[in-house]
Write a protein of this length. Structure first.
Length: 427
């Protein structure tokens, strides 16, 4: 195939079993959303670029380097959404959803686009399962949503090395004194940090704490800790969060270096980390509180909390852990036409096919002009449970031969009996 028309780097095709698994994952998650009282929101794949600049933050990596942005034919700057929160918040404000019953609890499945270096489980078109809840300012909603996530992980049997890491990054007030302290510390050690960190020190200071380079992580060990700078209100909320998690029997660890890459977070941020079979830690999910975003996008002051989880990563993790997905329903009945060209056999075969499907019995007939032998072989290959043979005799006597493909047993039955028998087999 011509290289120029292969799928672009960082994208993937899902088909067969994996496409089926994909939908099974969503179905399981949807059921849990019902249980916890969340409703779905579906927003456009693209928005005006300004929305992401104003929400995600102009100085973030996402906006600076990773967005798929273009001018449309009308000359407006459009961006394929790099994440789901901004669009969800925009939709809530625009449709007056925040004037209704609060808390408003929403979930979505959104394909997002980021120009990143592709790696295992990370794609340039990525699918996010996200949750955004509006109107509740305290730790209760956070713990309720985290317990919902525990339920999801339990449902998927993700337990190996599963760790909940939490942190508080404070509010506008206390973050100021923390940022001052950090600035002072970074100024002393600037030259010892990597070049990316040195750039971040000027633009997106907190992200320095995120750096995975060895020399930076070592330096960050002794950097000032946000939790030591929290104002009384933020401290109180952070302790309440910990108490409520304990009350619900949810284990956690405090990770002072957890800051999340996006601008809009305040107070609680969290991450779930799982261990892959080869012993690596994999962040499967992250999120936090963002109490000022609604207002900064033109809504009224509304506290909010949310998270996003990459479905590609989840699928990868489940496959690595040999999660038992259910298998797609296979063919129940294959109709073997042994009298090709005979109009009566043709009519009977199509009639039978229609009647079987009416009863929700998965049925097929030959569409490839195959010989009888080849039809049986094909039925075997698609794992059909039964074959019904239709030939000249069957047309005359109206007796059909039903062959059980698993044990090769054959039964002769009249038309109605076959239908009844197969219906019973379904139950
Ligand atoms: Zn504070
Ligand atoms: Zn660094």
């Amino acid at each position: 195939m011509n290289q120029n028309i292969l799928a672009p780097r960082g994208t993937q095709d899902l088909f067969g079993k994996r496409a089926y698994r994909w939908h099974e994952i969503k179905k399981i998650i949807r059921n849990i959303m019902d249980l916890y009282g969340l409703s779905e929101i579906i927003t456009p794949t693209f928005e005006y670029t300004e929305l992401f600049e104003r929400s995600v933050g102009e100085e973030t990596d996402v906006v600076q380097k990773e967005m798929y942005t273009f001018l449309d034919k009308g000359g407006r700057s459009i961006t394929l959404r790099p994440e789901g929160t901004a669009g969800a918040v925009r939709a809530c404000i625009q449709n007056n959803l925040l004037q209704g019953n609060l808390p408003l609890k929403l979930f979505y499945f959104a394909n997002c686009f980021r120009y990143e270096k592709p790696q295992a489980g990370r794609f340039r078109e990525l699918n996010q399962f996200g949750v955004e809840v509006f109107g509740a300012s305290g730790a209760e909603i956070e713990v309720d949503m985290i317990s919902m996530l525990m339920r999801i992980f339990a449902e998927f049997k993700i337990t190996r090395g599963l760790t909940l890491a939490i942190n508080s990054i404070g509010c506008k007030v206390c973050r100021k004194s923390y940022v001052d302290a950090l600035n002072e510390y970074f100024a002393k050690h600037k030259e010892s940090y990597c070049s990316t960190c040195q750039t971040r020190m000027n633009k997106n200071l907190l992200r320095v704490l995120d750096c995975k380079q060895e020399k930076c992580t070592a330096l960050n060990e002794t950097a000032p800790k946000i939790t030591e700078y929290l104002c009384p209100d933020c401290k109180k909320e952070f302790i309440r969060l910990q108490n409520l998690l304990q009350l619900n029997g949810i284990a956690f660890k405090i990770d002072n270096k957890l800051v999340r890459g996006l601008d809009y977070y305040n107070r609680t941020v969290f991450e779930f980390i799982a261990r892959t079979p080869d012993g690596n830690n994999l962040a499967v999910l992250g999120g936090g509180r963002y109490d000022d975003l609604v207002q900064s996008l033109g809504g009224s002051q509304t506290p909010a909390f949310g998270f996003g989880m990459g479905l590609e990563r989840l699928l990868m993790l489940l496959e690595e852990q040999n999660y038992e997905f259910s298998t797609p329903k296979s063919c129940d009945v294959f109709i073997v036409n042994a009298s090709k060209g005979n109009p009566d056999a043709e009519t009977l075969a199509w009639q039978l096919l229609a009647d079987l499907r009416k009863q929700n019995i998965a049925s097929e007939l030959d569409v490839m002009q195959r010989s009888v032998k080849a039809q049986f072989k094909y039925a075997d290959k698609i794992n059909a449970n039964f074959c019904i043979v239709i030939g000249e005799d069957e047309c005359k006597t109206k007796m059909l031969t039903l062959k059980n493909m698993k044990n090769s047993e054959e039964k002769q039955m009249v038309y109605e009996e076959v239908l009844n028998y197969l219906c019973q087999q379904q139950q």
